[in-house]
Design a protein around this ligand. Structure first.
Ligand SMILES: *[C@@H]1O[C@H](CO)[C@@H](O)[C@H](O)[C@H]1NC(C)=O
Ligand SMILES: *[C@@H]1O[C@H](CO)[C@@H](O)[C@H](O)[C@H]1NC(C)=O
Ligand SMILES: [Zn+2]
Ligand SMILES: [Zn+2]
Length: 627
């Protein structure tokens, strides 16, 4: 399979995980608690069984059951003429029924592939996020049925309710761009098109076997990201000769030294553990708490004691992640009917949360908290979307402080789309730690834990570790406790002041594409007084120039020689991000090193070679999606 398409398809899978889980959980609640729903399911099952029996009888008479283009068109015509469900409730019910029918039919053998595909296709037509659903289908439905669904979708072109599939005749104009993963069969025939901006689009043409020439184009993610108006683009370049292509950030226009290039809100943040109980900083926006602010505390029952600068921040934290992770509040919005939790279940939930909180506090690492919050945030987003579908008219106005770009419901991509594409450090899954989180998720929404494996967890940890920035105000602080972990286990965040001076960690989508240089063209600043990051030009920048920041403290300290400074920062980079810096400054400084300097300190010499060997060891890491 074309590797680009593979990337594309897997890219959307995490996204779905949360959404699908919620559906599954909801379905399960309904089945257990809603008599009507159960009856309906039973009736559907009977209907399917009857249809199956009937058609088995006629099987002999009808031995040529080949699926022809005509039969597909016939099916399509029929489906289009059916009165579809109208209200969101009806749509949801219809969706559930059709998926359930499709599953049962598909299990009956090839004879039932077309009816099965028809049912899945019906579900697809009413699903609010058809592209996401196709990805779920692609992973969960047997290939012949999936292929039929895709063919039906592709035939269904003139239907305005299927905007995600756009097929035009070969000589026709490619109309509005679409975003939809191809079926496995067709993806092999997709051409790679490199667009002028350096982004890669997937697109191509193929004959569909029935003489209908179909043209596709998948809108490349990087056509839409970073959002317009951020003044930057992601392009693919070989930054270091011989090290392969990767995604990097370039300026979209000229900037003078000192100018703000763009600002960005984080996707997820975590305050340093030593500050969590101190009421010095807001746990949500990381703002220093000052006299006069209406300090809010997390609920008494919460095992992590957190403070917020305002009610808005408290509510944002609650709705994004805190409620799911560290409270006994129902995990589903009230619009979604669910069984009341029994005291036993509540106790189990409390216990799981206490254990996770204890681990986070004891370990003094922020990555596990960032990952837990990231997952919780996805779940919260999906449940709210579902509640909206269930109870139309309900609006989930984001609380004032809930301001990340990713929460914009009209955004094309969800959080996971962004995160899925980020580079990460390969790490060994920490199974014990994963279990703590898994237990918390399972206790909140039974079934949810099925959607995250320890490998996936390790990848998410690797993404946070590689991409998180250290939030430092005014040059950072001096009183951060020195971690007692082994040096290679100490967390590192991107900050030119050094992680040891930060007050917390934060993950950003656009800024994750900033690359390191020891002579950076830009710098992060938190001049808004919160975790909102501003990227500021260090020098005059021309349109198309690569934007770099320093991941570590690259300034030469008074007690350091040029060579010592070089060694220190390269060592930190190798430890934190596993690469050997080949920036201009590093190369120039190496040229000035005398033979004596190179061999003067055997211990350091060893260090330097350790840097190189640790880099060698990870030539494949950090992982990127560009080959
Ligand atoms: C983009 O740059 C302009 C100045 O050239 C600035 O006014 C604008 O705020 C920038 N956009 C963002 C998102 O920061
Ligand atoms: C959400 O995104 C759309 C399209 O990108 C934009 O027009 C709209 O202003 C955004 N809304 C908010 C609240 O940011
Ligand atoms: Zn705040
Ligand atoms: Zn360097």
């Amino acid at each position: 399979m074309d590797s680009k398409s593979t990337t594309y398809i897997t890219a959307a899978v995490v996204t779905i995980a949360a959404g699908l889980a919620v559906y599954a959980v909801y379905f399960d609640y309904k089945r257990r608690n809603d008599v009507e729903f159960r009856k309906k399911l039973k009736k559907e099952k009977k209907r399917v069984q009857k249809a199956v029996a009937e058609s088995k009888q006629s099987e002999l008479a009808d031995s040529t059951s080949e699926i022809t283009p005509a039969s597909l068109r016939e099916v399509l015509k029929q489906v289009r003429e059916e009165p579809g469900p109208q209200s969101p409730e009806e749509k949801e019910q219809y969706f559930m029924n059709q998926v359930s029918i499709g599953e049962q039919l598909a299990a009956q053998g090839p004879k039932f592939y077309l009816p099965a595909a028809t049912a899945f296709f019906r579900a697809l037509r009413v699903y609010p996020a058809p592209v996401e659903l196709i990805v779920i289908y692609e992973k969960t439905i047997i290939p012949p049925v999936f292929k039929l669904i895709m063919e039906l979708s592709q035939l269904d072109v003139s239907n305005p309710t299927s905007p995600h599939f756009d097929t035009t005749s070969l000589d026709g104009q490619d109309t509005s761009p679409i975003r939809g993963p191809p079926s496995e069969a067709s993806s092999q025939e997709w051409d790679k098109v490199t667009d002028p901006a350096g982004g890669i689009s997937l697109g191509g043409e193929r004959k569909d076997g029935r003489g209908i020439a179909v043209k596709y184009r998948i809108e490349a993610y990087f056509d839409n990201f970073p959002p317009k108006g951020k003044n930057v683009s992601v392009v693919i370049r070989e930054v270091t000769p011989g090290q392969g292509n990767r995604h990097i950030l370039v300026a979209d226009k000229d900037f003078a030294a000192g100018e703000v290039i763009y600002k960005e809100f984080p996707v997820v943040t975590a305050l340093d553990p030593d500050l969590q109980e101190k009421e010095t900083h807001c746990d949500q926006c990381l703002r220093p708490i000052q006299a006069g602010m209406s300090i809010q505390a997390s609920p008494e029952s919460s095992p992590l004691k957190l403070s917020y600068c305002s009610k808005a921040c408290m509510l944002a934290s609650k709705s994004q992640h805190h409620s799911l992770l560290f409270t006994l509040d129902p995990a589903l919005p009230p619009e979604i009917p669910s069984a009341p939790a029994t005291p036993e279940l509540q106790e189990a939930r409390r216990e799981a949360q206490a254990k996770l909180a204890e681990h986070i506090t004891k370990e003094r690492r922020l990555v596990p908290l960032l990952v837990a919050r990231f997952i919780a945030r996805q779940v919260a987003f999906e449940t709210q979307k579902l509640a909206q579908a269930t109870a139309p008219g309900t609006t989930f106005a984001a609380p004032e402080a809930d301001y990340t770009d990713s929460d914009n419901k009209s955004e094309k991509y969800v959080l996971a789309d962004h995160i899925e594409r980020l580079r990460y450090l390969e790490t060994v899954p920490n199974k014990d730690e994963f279990k703590l989180l898994r237990d918390v998720l399972a206790a909140a929404l039974p079934g949810l834990e099925e959607f995250i494996s320890d490998d996936k967890y390790a990848t998410l940890c690797g993404k946070m570790a590689y991409n998180a920035f250290g939030v430092c105000f005014g040059g950072g602080r001096d009183d951060r406790p020195v971690p007692d972990a082994r040096p290679e286990n100490i967390e590192k965040t991107r900050t030119p002041y050094g992680t040891q001076r930060q007050i917390g960690s934060a993950l950003y989508t656009v800024s994750s594409y900033l690359t390191h240089s020891c002579q950076p063209s830009a710098r992060p600043s938190f001049s808004s007084g919160t975790s909102e990051i501003s990227i500021i030009a260090n020098k005059d920048i021309k349109k198309g120039d690569v934007l770099t920041v320093a991941f570590v403290d690259v300034a030469q300290h008074p007690d350091e020689t040029v060579i010592e400074c070089r060694r220190r920062r390269r060592f930190e980079l190798a430890r934190g991000w596993r690469f050997s810096c080949n920036c201009e400054r590093c190369v120039e400084e190496a040229a000035t090193m005398t033979a004596a300097e190179k061999s003067s300190a055997p211990e350091d010499q060893k260090d330097e070679s350790k840097v190189e060997s640790s880099v060698d060891k990870y030539t494949m890491a950090p992982k990127d999606d560009v080959e």
